[in-house]
Design a protein around this ligand. Structure first.
Ligand code: SF4
Ligand code: SF4
Length: 219
């Protein structure tokens, strides 16, 4: 795995403190000029700071905003004449991905229109990925991660919860793009949910089927 700690490009850092506030482990201090300073003895490399940064100036050696953006851009999105939807799932590599893999081993079938990209933790998901995918014509996006709340199962304590909070803001993005709120959703799965994960995906695909194709297709 990637053992690097987050690198913060201070040249464009606005000292907004989002990374400090959202870090689940209190691993970001501030230097004398109020710039963020990662404390490697506390950092667990969850990537939540990366997902939080509004100017996208936080990265890891093998995990960064651009890398996932390129993976999203590499997914083929059928045009509006093909009448095939394309659904993006950003899945937490800790629980959601193993549950999906296990479903595959058990030969559970789910919609062939789904494309899955693993992420380190849902806390690391940048809303830029979501808005970019929508403007590329993806019909729906699901963030699939661990259980949040008091009985959380998130390996990084509050990554799923933070993603939920950020999801609330995506409503404004959808509205500004004149897209339906139902196009972006989240799902909580545990590693033991391999029996139900295919249904979770298919239910979302069916719900999207009630909407028209994303009008951004082909642009
Ligand atoms: S990677 Fe996670 S633990 Fe480390 S500084 Fe960023 S938010 Fe905190
Ligand atoms: S979230 Fe980004 S811009 Fe804000 S303080 Fe942290 S590194 Fe700087």
């Amino acid at each position: 795995g990637d053992l690097s700690f987050p690198k913060i490009g201070l040249d464009i850092c606005t000292r907004c403190r989002r990374c400090t506030v959202e870090c689940p482990f209190g691993a970001i201090d501030e230097d004398k000029d109020d710039y963020p300073l990662v404390n490697p003895t506390r950092c667990r490399r969850c990537g939540t700071c990366m997902g939080a940064c509004p100017v996208r100036t936080i990265s890891f050696d093998n995990y960064n905003i651009q890398m996932i953006s390129e993976m999203i851009n590499a997914v083929e999105v059928p045009d509006e004449f093909e009448e095939k939807p394309r659904i993006l799932v950003l899945a937490c590599e800790n629980d959601a991905c193993p549950a999906i893999d296990m479903a595959g081993i058990k030969r559970a079938q789910y919609s062939a229109h789904v494309r899955i990209i693993p992420v380190r933790c849902l806390g690391s998901v940048s809303m830029l990925w979501v808005s970019d995918a929508l403007s590329r014509g993806f019909d729906g996006i699901m963030l699939m991660g661990c259980k949040s709340g008091d009985d959380y199962q998130c390996h990084f304590v509050k990554g799923s919860g933070i993603a939920e909070e950020r999801m609330a803001n995506i409503g404004e993005t959808l509205e500004s793009m004149m897209l339906e709120r139902e196009r972006v959703t989240s799902a909580e799965v545990s590693i033991a949910d391999s029996g139900s994960v295919a249904k979770v995906l298919d239910d979302f695909v069916a719900k999207l089927g009630e909407l028209d194709p994303n009008p951004f297709k082909g642009f």
